[in-house]
Each structure stands twice: as C-alpha cells, then as structure tokens.
Design a protein around this ligand. Structure first.
Ligand SMILES: CC(C)(COP(=O)(O)OP(=O)(O)OC[C@H]1O[C@@H](n2cnc3c(N)ncnc32)[C@H](O)[C@@H]1OP(=O)(O)O)[C@@H](O)C(=O)NCCC(=O)NCCS
Length: 170
C-alpha cells in the first residue's frame, strides 16, 4: 500500500532528506561532486525548502510506504511555474523515487496523481523540464504521452546543462 500525502511545512527536514538522497542517486555518478554540492547547498538548504513549502502556488507530496518516504513530487501552478509557459499550465517540477523502489510503479502513481490534480484544477497542459541526458525519465515521460516542445538551460553548480521541455495537453 502506497499513500500519497501533502507535505506540510513542519516536514521540511524529511523533505530535505528525500530531496538530497534522490538527487544524489539520480545525478551523482554523472556529475562532479563540486557541482553537485554547490547545487544542493543552494537549492536544497532548509531555508530554501521552507520558502518553497510556504509558496501558495506550489505543493509537495510524499509517496509513503509503511510511513517511510519512498518518493516525492513537487508541482507548481500560476506564478510559481519556473518558466512563463502559460498561466493556465501546470508544472511537474520534481518527481523522484528512491533507488531501491524504482520500476515498481511508484513513479507512475505520483505521475497519475499529478495529472489528476491538474485536471481537477482545470489546467490545459502539464509540462516539465528534464535533463537531456536523463534517458530513463525522458522515456518514462514519452511513454506517458509527453512531447518535447523546447529546451532551456539549467545550472548545476558551474555546469550549464540543457533541459528538454516536455508537455502533455489535457
Ligand atoms: C522517472 C521516474 C519517476 C519513473 O518512475 P519509475 O518508478 O521508475 O517507473 P514506474 O515503475 O512507475 O513505471 C511505470 C510504467 O512505465 C514503464 N517505464 C518506467 N520507466 C521507463 C522507461 N525508462 N522507459 C520505458 N518505460 C518505462 C514501466 O515499465 C511501467 O510500465 P507498465 O505499467 O507497462 O509496467 C523514476 O525513474 C525516477 O524517480 N527516476 C529518478 C529521478 C528522476 O530522474 N526524476 C525525473 C527528474 S526530471
């Protein structure tokens, strides 16, 4: 049984733990430790995550199994979207499953939850940015109907990387 639960501001330390763990598991082997650390210090420090948790147009959700956090999702609407795509669009900013639960449909559960939420909010489109070298995630999004429509630059420490922008019309 996997439960999806809204993350409250008081769970910031749990959020920081899963955020750093999954980011390192996903990207640690293919980026320099310096770039990774610089990015994690900036993007996943407690004060930054607290600000994001308080943002009214963003939400975080945990995927829980026996009260253990095994994945998480961050979504943005309106002004909280990280690119000015469309004010009525819905962004999946982060969707991460811990390494030992990959491929067990936890990602799909979080993904379907996000799509349902976007539909309930009457959004016209769901979009996301994904590193061009993250083949596993790109294949997952393609399998779920997403199509690449643009790209943007993403700074990981000192490394300038290209993210594909992918979208699904609702
Ligand atoms: C992307 C991610 C969330 C997908 O979740 P997952 O748990 O690996 O995938 P699931 O088990 O939910 O897969 C659901 C379905 O998609 C299929 N699938 C999953 N990954 C796939 C891939 N790379 N290519 C093709 N099909 C894939 C599964 O086989 C399954 O199909 P089925 O329903 O026919 O059995 C997960 O891989 C992840 O957290 N990756 C690391 C973090 C990351 O890269 N996040 C994205 C940053 S933009």
């Amino acid at each position: 049984m996997i439960e999806i639960k809204l993350v409250k501001p008081e769970a910031v330390l749990e959020l920081q733990k899963i955020s750093i763990q999954t980011f390192l598991e996903t990207f640690g082997a293919v980026n320099s430790a310096l770039d990774m650390n610089q990015y994690l210090d900036k993007a996943m420090n407690v004060a930054q995550l607290e600000r994001e948790l308080k943002e009214k147009a963003s939400q975080f959700y945990f995927a829980l199994q026996n009260q253990e956090v095994i994945g998480y999702l961050k979504i943005n609407i309106g002004v909280a979207q990280t690119e000015p795509i469309d004010k009525n669009a819905f962004e999946i900013e982060r969707i991460y499953v811990v390494k030992n639960h990959l491929g067990k449909h936890v990602g799909k559960l979080l993904f379907d939850f996000a799509i349902d939420l976007a539909k309930k909010l009457n959004k016209n489109k769901v979009w996301l940015g994904v590193w061009e070298k993250n083949e596993r995630a790109i294949n997952f999004y393609q399998k779920n109907g997403f199509i690449t429509f643009d790209s943007h630059l993403f700074k990981l420490g000192s490394d300038i990387q290209t993210d594909l922008l992918m979208a699904l019309a609702l």
